[in-house]
Design a protein around this ligand. Structure first.
Ligand code: 4AD
Ligand code: MG
Length: 465
């Protein structure tokens, strides 16, 4: 029978039994005594298994001595306790079948050596074969599973929100257009404007920047829902934190205020960090050893920390009175830059921070107006080492206030008729937030760039593979 390598290495296969593993060669080493040691991985866990191959195998000269990194094989053999350091178990091979050799080992892009993370982006179709991308992929999976499990245990329902939409939820004008019109020959109306009646949906349509508005409609019936899916932003930001296509998880909760929202964010982050430390101990060990020595400590102290909470207005005072020199000047009304966020989390509070009640002018139309008339019930969660990973708010549930805000921003009521209906028919206080999934993975792994934690990154002038 064929077993995943993880089962053999974890001792789930009885010593003395004969099994097969299938995978790819990481390295081959030959001893003078005519024994070859093959390290084979199949992605089921961080470590490869060692297969010990003696020269009396019929295809030893012909096949085994030709094996190089990347060759695909099936190794059949007896599970034995490993005499050497490292793994507890290894395979005493009785048969090795080769599925595929590597054409030209000299030019194989993934030849066994250290590759820079930037180089790996250029070979995105092969980079999953490296230790680092394998570990990232397993951690990404476990984080996604943990998120689903966290919400399931708390009675939330997972909601699929549309990818094609007419709404610019965040109002930032950073939408990718979805159209079947011929861009070189656009149909025009009599007054010379583009005739969107002729487009597929009969109106302008875009890729979603957030599932929130749709999620609100279901929260106002099922009480607790969350979305988890791809999100698109045509932000021309070439930073280590921005992707044009990223994954976002957005819970939306009826009868919840901003404090409930902050508590939910804190509980969720701690839950998923605990899960990843438990379930991906081997991968986290690799990150701590090779990528960021603080990777495990950071999560452990996050789990044990009490989140700090600070009003935006107080955060501005802290930044104005501190010793640090910022590139972006600080005054009430600015949007916090990454350097400000990191100062607050890393230098001042030395803990994750929830910044609350931002000026209304830098936030989206749907956030609930505070009594001061100047700020809205918004919150960002800032993590030491990265800055904002969560953005959320209590939503404006009062129709008159929402209308006033939409008027101020020049938003057309008829475009939001369905959103306004929620405020007309049994409106309730409700809140939610959005977690950038790639920023979460960056935080967990210590890998510095969001481009390296999504399989095929999309950024300005790059949609390869
Ligand atoms: O702060 P944002 O824009 O909030 C929203 O979209 C709200 N509708 C969420 C809600 O209340 N339901 O985005 C949420 C998070 C950010 O905190 C950040 O982690 C991530 O999404 N994010 C990005 N991640 C990668 N690349 C980008 N271009 C991102 N833009 C936002
Ligand atoms: Mg934000």
């Amino acid at each position: 029978s064929v077993a995943p390598i993880v089962d053999v290495l974890q001792g789930k296969i009885a010593v003395g039994s004969t099994i097969s593993v299938q995978g790819w060669v990481r390295t081959r080493r030959d001893s003078k005594a005519g024994i070859s040691f093959l390290a084979v991985y199949d992605g089921s866990c961080f470590d490869p298994i060692q297969a010990v191959i003696e020269k009396d195998l019929p295809n030893y000269e012909q096949d085994i001595l030709r094996l190089t990194a990347g060759c695909s094989v099936k190794v059949t053999g007896k599970v034995v306790e490993s005499p050497g350091q490292g793994q507890k178990y290894e395979l005493q091979a009785t048969q090795v079948d080769v599925y595929g050799f590597v054409d030209d080992p000299e030019t194989y892009p993934m030849a066994a050596k250290r590759h820079s993370i930037e180089y790996l982006r250029e070979v995105a179709h092969l980079r999953a074969r490296t230790n680092i991308v394998g570990a990232i992929t397993r951690v990404r999976h476990t984080l996604a599973q943990a998120i689903h499990q966290f919400f399931d245990e708390r009675g939330f329902f997972w909601l699929s929100t549309p990818i094609i939409t007419a709404s610019d939820t965040e109002g930032a004008g950073e939408m990718f257009r979805v159209s079947t019109l011929d861009m070189l020959n656009l149909p025009k109306t009599d007054n010379g404007k583009v005739d969107f009646d002729k487009d597929f949906f009969g109106k302008e349509a875009f890729l979603t920047v957030s599932g929130q508005l749709n999620a609100e409609t279901y929260a106002c019936a099922l009480s607790k829902v969350y979305t988890f899916g791809p999100t698109f932003r045509a932000e021309n930001s070439n930073t280590t934190r921005h992707l044009a296509e990223f994954w976002m998880m957005e819970p939306e909760v009826a009868f919840a205020d901003l404090n409930d929202n902050a508590k939910l964010a804190e509980d969720m982050l701690k839950y998923v960090f605990k899960t990843v430390l438990e379930k991906r101990a081997d991968d986290m060990q690799f990150f701590a050893q090779h990528i960021d020595k603080d990777a495990i400590n950071r999560l452990e102290s996050f789990i044990n920390a009490d989140f700090a909470q600070v009003d935006y207005t107080d955060a501005i005072t802290i930044l104005q009175n501190c010793e640090a020199k910022f590139e972006n000047p600080v005054s009430w009304g600015i949007d916090l830059a990454s350097e400000h966020e990191r100062y607050l989390a890393e230098q001042h509070f030395k803990a994750p921070v929830v910044v609350k009640n931002y000026p209304k002018d830098i936030k989206a139309f749907y956030m609930r107006m505070n009594d001061d008339g100047k700020t809205v019930a918004a919150m960002d969660v800032l993590a030491p080492g990265i800055g904002e990973i969560i953005g959320g708010s209590q939503r404006e549930e009062r129709l008159d206030m929402l209308d006033k805000r939409m008027d101020e921003l020049g938003l057309k009521k008829e475009d939001y008729w369905w959103y306004r209906d929620l405020r007309r028919y049994g409106t309730v206080p409700h809140s939610g937030f959005g977690l950038g999934f790639e920023r979460l993975i960056v935080y967990v792994t210590g890998v510095q760039n969001v481009r390296d934690v999504i399989p095929f990154p999309r950024t300005p002038r790059n949609a390869n593979f």
